[in-house]
Ligand binder design. Sequence first.
Ligand code: UD1
Ligand code: CA
Length: 510
Amino acid sequence: MTLQDTPTTDGAVGAVVVLAAGQGTRMRSRMPKVLHPIGGRSLLGHVLAAAAPLRAAQTVVVVGSGREAVAEHLSAVAPGALPVVQEEQLGSGHAAAVALDALTEVTGAVLILNGDAPLLREETLTALVRAHQQAGDVLTVLTAEVADPTGLGRIVRDAGGAVRAIVEERDADDTQRAIREVNAGVYVGDAAAVREALTRVGAANDQGEQYLTDVLGLLVADGAPVGGHRAADPDDTLGCNDQRELAARRRTMNDRVIDDLMRAGVVVVDPQTTWVDVTVEVAAEVVLHPGTQLLGATTVGAGAVVGPDSTLVDTEVGDGASVVRSHVQLAEIGPAATVGPFSYLRPGTRLGRGAKVGAYVETKNVEVGEGSKVPHLSYVGDATIGEHSNIGAATVFVNYDGVAKHRTTVGDHVRIGSDTMLVAPVTVGDGAYTAAGSVITTDVPPGAMAVARARQRNVGGWVARRRPGTPGAEAAAAADDAAAAATDTRTTESADRPPAATDDDQQGRS
Ligand code: UD1
Ligand code: CA
């Protein structure tokens, strides 16, 4: 063999075709099958991600059922891929023919995949393409040995082990049904040869459809070299036809993600109840407690602790931060910040280093500076809070006037008293205080104490006069008697007692 004749075995392909026009009737869903989400991507998104490293010059996705939705999704997740419409769903063979017609000249092999196999991995596809290139075949099909081949196409081999045909289960005889090697729905082949064979595919089968799988038998009959490559991990080849299979694939995908995390040094206390999307990044020595879901573009920094029972969507968690029993979306949690239990962080929440958002606090579009705290029972929306400030319990950032949203600015080292209403737009200057129960409607200068509430008035003897005979009236009378007796005693003994505290402006600090 001269150098020129050496087949390339680089695992690259000239074109990728994804078949995604089928209705997915068995899903019993209005959503097109390939758009169903699992582990942070759509089924289609996973297939495209697995094929992306194969560096194909062209990627074509056959759309049909729900074509607008699929094409729109495609433009978001794989803008380089070309959607091609299969007007009528006449079968996978017809779909492949429509796709091949849309390709410009292909240099190298074409990889054709079902759009519903989310567990496919780059390594599996590369191994298939390499096997194809090494053998110099015209077509190579990815296969798998499975325990339960129900519903799948069977790989028929001859006595010498050569692949002869793919037979769909509904068209198979008893001997063929007993075969446990199945068609994964992933094929790599010479574009011209496949295109030509597709013109000869009929629809004389149980479903009356044009089967892509028939191409293999046709090429075998031509005497063309055809191969079958067994996937190292049969899980990779599993498709997804109904909700039960979708759930099973989701579980397998999650098991793989969790496994990788644990190998990389992440502590996953309960792998069964911890769900992590493939798109998430978790640093070493993070602890994930039971019931944790890390979704989307979430990243978790070294040494952070998340859970139990927390959901983080598209959220950045800094090193050493902690999130306990909380729901967080599109937020940034700074290093060593603490969240929860029972906090709800909505989009645009940004917590600085060491900041705290505590129990029953909802935040939205808010910046909480380094070391500042919102410990209890508050709503904080559309605000900037400086550093080392404390927001007392039950404070509300009143951001909505019924028509528009307004911002509140709180400076550094501020002490907002418990149950303060900050009616935006309003600014509280550095070092200022607000008295508990205040309704703040105008700016508070730096260092001022804002008191914005009615002065307390005690109407003496009201209960005895207006609620006579009630347990309250009796209790008050008893207290009066005891106080009178104590006064008598003190007068007699000149007893000295410290004065009672009178500070009524206590802060909701903790
Ligand atoms: C297919 C294979 C089967 C294989 C299995 C693996 C055929 C005939 N059978 O069966 O051998 O074991 O996958 O999961 O291919 N599609 C179109 N247009 C159509 C029909 C289908 O684009 O007109 C697409 C679907 O969206 C899907 C793929 O082709 O992504 C396969 O179709 P599907 O109906 O899921 O085939 P299976 O019965 O699963
Ligand atoms: Ca399928």
